[in-house]
Every structure is written in structure tokens, then in C-alpha cells.
Design a protein around this ligand. Structure first.
Ligand code: NDP
Length: 298
């Protein structure tokens, strides 16, 4: 299997480099790759890469992920999250290749408190969510064989994320305020990359499984409870902190205004993915604790 991976230096892309390597011949590209165009700001240039490398599978881990900045850079977010994946999908369709693409629970409006299935109505409430939804739609409209995996609250030992921000702030400040009314499942890039590789293998045997799926770690939490787990884990390891989890104040989203509105309910129902691919999605705490061990243990 020949695989081309775009966005290989992000949280997920880094883990995909590891997880996809045993599947075949992997070419991992990032924005500044010299041999092949891989900058999503120039969507049409990506066609040259796909046509030149002629992969069996195109994996897109690149994305514009700065949710707040996307409000003032909506055109750029759209180019990277929608136009560029559309070009990859078109080229994959022309080659007969499979496209593995990632999306987000932010395609939903976050109302209610039930986990959403894949067919729930989409209604993004911020520019990032709209750009990601347009990317999904471009992939589906292309006619290429695809897997679109919608996930939530991605973290990894490598790269930037909420848990690492909490660790940094807890070393600098003696109190923190964190929102407690947004609910979701922190999902490790490691887990996401591993189940992606398994799903690609299964799809090779059963092409009828192509489609859109929800993939997130099991369980649910709030950003506040997630922050407390990270800080408790760091404290247990003797990490130097200026605060304990009891110093983290639970606040409401309305008391923490941000440029982009955030969905309150990020719960994703992953039943369809687990059944189709025969995989287990472990509890979110397992991945977070592993990340802490990786970051903080000797
Ligand atoms: P990161 O922000 O960690 O990584 C994004 C990647 O996109 C980086 O490799 C970056 O490259 C690349 N990228 C950004 N701009 C460009 C560009 N112009 N051209 C080429 N590459 C570019 O994201 P994650 O790994 O966390 O996200 C992976 C996927 O999961 C994305 O589709 C995202 O939308 C989705 N997702 C993420 C969530 C999260 O909480 N992070 C939640 C839900 C879904 P470089 O390093 O070279 O800048």
C-alpha cells in the first residue's frame, strides 16, 4: 500500500507517521516539504503531489485548527479546511485512491445533552466549524472512496493542546478559571492514529465500510474536570505547580467570552464506528494519564 500523509507535524500527523508506517510505503509531508508541494494555502498545488506519488491512500491530518483566530481569518480557514481537502478528494477519485480525512464535533451546534450520531443535523456555530463542514461536504461530493472521522478535544504529548496549557498555567499562577459546562471526550492522537490504521486495513477488505464516522475516547467530562485530572496527575508526580486542583474555579461558558462560540455538547456517539470496524475505544482518562506519564515522568 502506498500512502501519502499531509500534515505530518501536527498532533495527529505525528502519531500517524508511527501508526501508518507498518501498512506500506509512507510519504509524510508537511508545509515546508521540499520534494512535493504540501502547503494547503495553495490547494491546486496539491494535485501535483497526488498525481506524482500515485498513492493508494491519501491521509489528510493537516488543518487550520486555531478556532478563535478562524473568526478573523475565515477565508484562510476555508481554503485550508475545505478547498484543499476538496482538491485531495478530486485527485483521489481520479486515481481510484482512498482518502482518510478528519473532522470535528464542531460541525454540530452543541445543543441538548445526548451524544450525536453521524446522521444528526449539522449546524456549526463558528467559522472553524463551518470550514470543517465544507471540507467534509467537498470530500463526500467528490465521489472518492473515503473515511471521514469526526473527533473531539484532541491531545498528544507532542504539539499544543489544552492539557499542556493547563500544566504551563499551573506552574505560573495560583488560581485558574476553567469552563465546566462544555462536555466532551478528550481523545488522544495516539488512539486516533491507531484506530485509523486498523480502519484502513479493514476498509481494504471491505470497501463498503467507506463513509463518515464518529471516533472519540469513551466517557465524557468537562474542561474543568479534565483540567483537574491533569493537575492532580502532575501533582502526584511531584511536578512543580503553584496551584492544586481545588484552586481551579469552575465557571460557565458565558463568563469566559471568546471570539468563537463553542458548542456546549461535544458528545459523539461512536457506536457505528466500533461496530463497523470491530474496535474498542478506551476511556479518555487512559490516554490522558499516558500523556502525563510521557510528559512528566523521568
Ligand atoms: P494540529 O493543530 O496539531 O496540527 C495541524 C496540522 O496542520 C499541522 O501539521 C500543521 O502543519 C498543518 N497545517 C496547518 N496549516 C497548514 C497549511 N497551510 N498547509 C499544510 N499543513 C498545514 O491539529 P490536530 O492534529 O490536533 O488535528 C488533526 C485533525 O483533527 C484536524 O482535521 C482537526 O480539524 C481535527 N480535530 C482536532 C481537534 C483538536 O482539538 N485539536 C478536535 C476535533 C477535530 P505545521 O506543523 O507545518 O504548521
Amino acid at each position: 500500500m502506498r500512502i501519502v500523509l499531509f500534515g505530518s507535524r501536527g498532533q495527529l500527523g505525528w502519531e500517524l507517521q508511527r501508526a501508518l508506517a507498518p501498512l506500506g510505503q509512507l510519504t509524510a509531508l508537511s508545509t515546508d516539504s521540499r520534494d512535493w508541494p504540501a502547503d494547503f494555502r495553495q490547494p491546486e498545488s496539491l494535485a501535483q503531489t497526488v498525481r506524482g506519488l500515485r498513492p493508494d491512500v491519501v491521509v489528510n491530518a493537516a488543518a487550520y485548527t486555531a478556532v478563535d483566530r478562524a473568526e478573523s481569518e475565515a477565508d484562510l480557514a476555508y481554503t485550508i479546511n475545505a478547498t484543499a481537502p476538496g482538491v485531495l478528494a478530486r485527485e483521489a477519485a481520479a486515481l481510484g485512491a482512498t482518502l482518510l480525512h478528519y473532522s470535528t464535533d464542531y460541525v454540530f451546534d452543541g445543543s441538548g445533552d445526548a451524544p450525536r450520531g453521524e446522521d444528526a443535523p449539522v449546524a456549526p456555530i463558528n467559522a472553524y466549524g463551518r470550514s470543517k463542514l465544507a471540507g467534509e461536504e467537498a470530500v463526500r461530493a467528490s465521489g472518492c472512496r473515503h473515511l471521514i472521522l469526526r473527533t473531539s478535544w484532541v491531545f498528544a504529548a507532542r504539539g499544543g493542546n489544552f492539557a499542556k496549557t493547563m500544566l504551563r498555567l499551573a506552574a505560573e499562577r495560583d488560581s485558574l478559571r476553567v469552563v465546566a459546562d462544555q462536555i466532551g471526550a478528550p481523545t488522544g492522537a495516539e488512539l486516533l492514529a491507531d484506530v485509523s490504521a486498523h480502519a484502513l486495513r479493514t476498509l481494504e477488505r471491505e470497501p463498503g465500510l467507506a463513509g463518515t464516522y464518529h471516533v472519540a475516547a469513551a466517557g465524557e467530562t468537562s474542561w474543568h474536570a479534565y483540567a483537574c485530572r491533569v493537575i492532580d496527575g502532575a501533582a502526584a508526580r511531584g511536578w512543580p505547580l503553584k496551584l492544586a486542583s481545588r484552586d481551579i474555579q469552575a465557571i460557565a461558558t458565558r463568563d469566559y467570552p471568546t471570539p468563537a462560540a463553542r458548542p456546549l455538547n461535544s458528545r459523539l456517539d461512536t457506536t457505528r464506528f466500533r461496530r463497523a470496524f470491530g474496535l474498542t475505544l478506551p476511556p479518555w482518562q487512559q490516554g490522558v494519564d499516558r500523556m502525563l506519564a510521557e510528559l512528566l515522568d523521568d
